[in-house]
Every structure is written in C-alpha cells, then in structure tokens.
Design a binder for this molecule. Structure first.
Ligand SMILES: [Ca+2]
Ligand SMILES: [Ca+2]
Ligand SMILES: [Ca+2]
Length: 295
C-alpha cells in the first residue's frame, strides 16, 4: 500500500514537473553576480575579474544568496553540484596546517544574512535553515580539522559529519554534490577532489526541508567566515535543478571501460576415472565382439 502511495506520489510529481517549468540555476562561472544578494565581506569583493564567487579574502565573514527564492512546494526535490577552492590559508591553523574556517552551502529564509564568523563559518545563527559545511578548522567537533557536515537552524554542531582526507584549503578545486529527495526527505552529500561523482553518499540525513524552513520559499547560496585563521574562499561553478536529478550519476570523467565480452572457451575434455573405466570396458567389449566375429 505504501509503495503504491509512493509510486502515485512520484507520478503526481512527474506530472507537476511536466506542467511547470523546472527551476534551473547554472553558473559555469561568476562573471555576472547580479542575481545574488551579497552580504558582509562578499559585498566588498564582487564583481571581480576572476569570475569566481569570492566570499571573502584572507579574513572576513560574508555570504551570497540568490535574490529570487527557490520553491520547495509540493514535496519538491533538488540536486546541486558546485565546485569551490580555498586559497592562501593564513593565520592560525590546526594539525593539518594553517587556515580556517570553510564554506557552507545553505538553504534558508532570509537572503540578506551573513551569520557568525570564525567557527560559525558565516552560517551560525541563521535560523530556519539547512547547511552543508565544508569545515577546515578543528573547533573540537567530530571530524577534526577537515570535515563535511550537515547543519540545521544555524547551529554548527552538525547532525552528521565525516572527516575528509586532505585539506579543502589546499588551493585546489574541490567538488560537491547535494541531492534532496522531497518525497523521501533524504538529503545526501558527496564531496571529492575530482569531478567524478562518488557512487556512495559521503554523509546523509533525513530532513523535511519545508518543516525546518517554516515555508516552501527558500533562498539558496553560500556563506563563509574566518577568525584568527583565514583564507580566500571562492565558489568556482554552481549548478542546481529543481528535481531529484543527481549531476554526474553516470560518471562522464574517468577511464573508458571497454566491456569484456567472454568468447567461446577452448573445450578441453576431461574424463573422470569412472568414465575412463567405462570407456575402457566399452572398447574392450567392442574388441571382444570384433574378435568373436572373426573366430
Ligand atoms: Ca564543523
Ligand atoms: Ca570548525
Ligand atoms: Ca584544517
């Protein structure tokens, strides 16, 4: 019964999706940031010649949210894929090196907000929100000095988190996928230092976004904050669609795999001892019959 209801929900969703234009956000670069509300340090850094969404430079607390809201009505889902880089880690650090504090992808209800700095990563205090943090500084939380986490309601005490080998603030481009299924409420996060989507979710949780947000109209964007450690935090590209349509589910990057088609195997007959004995008896029988005939 439940599976029937689920199937019906999917059908209704598909019908709704067909009837309305799918919400799509695509920034292969950020040469034009006019669609964003830029807050805090971010407002002082854009537009910039690098065509990236620079959230802060060395030190600062800022955020960038799309000025237009994104609808999560009717159990809407979304899939997003973005790339980021953290350059020039400066100031204090932790066991893996200098720099702090990271970047948060956030879905929230107030566009002109930059949350708390330092360990707050520009997200702390943004109530009615869900955040995915890419945290580069060990404030004593699970996951240590380089981790990914899912945060709720402006709290950087993550509901789930995982240490990620390496450093997000190594100056290289990192890649992240966040997929939310509005029907099952499953929120999945993947992160990698290559653009090939990992098969398994890095972390996940179940959350009903409209309940957390208190509305179905959400602002989506990014925050960053630093304290005594810092770095230049930048979003390099961003794609988001208003459907559960994970980007790169079929990897487009990676070695080409030539399928191995098994050919006909060379048949080497093997005879077991009883079969050999039977064969010997049969041959013996034929020989005896032949000889008897001759006599
Ligand atoms: Ca954290
Ligand atoms: Ca931290
Ligand atoms: Ca660190």
């Amino acid at each position: 019964m439940r599976s029937k209801a689920l199937a019906l929900s999917f059908l209704l969703l598909a019908a709704a999706g067909a009837a309305t234009a799918q919400q799509t956000i695509n920034f292969p670069n950020f040469c034009n940031t006019s669609a964003f509300s830029l807050n805090g340090s971010t407002a002082t850094l854009n537009p910039n010649a690098q065509c990236v969404l620079r959230l802060n430079q060395d030190f600062g607390v800022g955020s960038a949210f799309l000025t237009n809201t994104f609808s999560l009505a009717a159990d809407a889902s979304f899939s997003t894929f973005f790339s980021f880089q953290i350059l020039n880690p400066v100031g204090i650090g932790d066991a893996d090196g200098p720099g702090a504090d990271g970047i948060v992808f956030a879905v929230q209800t107030v566009s002109n907000t930059a949350g708390g700095g330092g360990g707050g990563i520009g997200y702390a205090g943004i109530t009615n929100s869900v955040g995915v943090e890419f945290d580069t500084f060990n404030n004593g939380e699970p996951g240590g000095g380089n981790h990914v986490g899912i945060d709720l309601n402006g709290s950087v005490t993550s509901v789930t988190s995982l240490a990620i080998p390496g450093r997000f603030n190594d100056g290289a481009v990192w890649f992240a996928w966040v997929d939310y299924n509005g029907v099952t409420d499953l929120l999945e996060v993947r992160v990698s230092n290559t653009p090939a989507r990992p098969a398994a979710a890095t972390i996940f949780t179940t959350v009903d976004l409209p309940t957390v947000l208190g509305t179905t109209n959400a602002f989506v964007g990014f925050t960053s904050g630093t304290g005594a450690g810092g770095g230049t935090h930048e979003i390099v590209s961003w794609n988001l669609v208003g459907a559960f349509a994970p980007v790169g589910q079929t990897p487009t990057v990676g070695p080409t795999v030539t399928p191995t088609i098994p050919g006909p195997a060379a048949v080497v007959p093997t005879l077991s001892f009883p079969m050999m004995a039977l064969l010997a008896l049969a041959l013996g029988g034929i020989a005896i019959a032949f000889l008897t005939k001759r006599i």
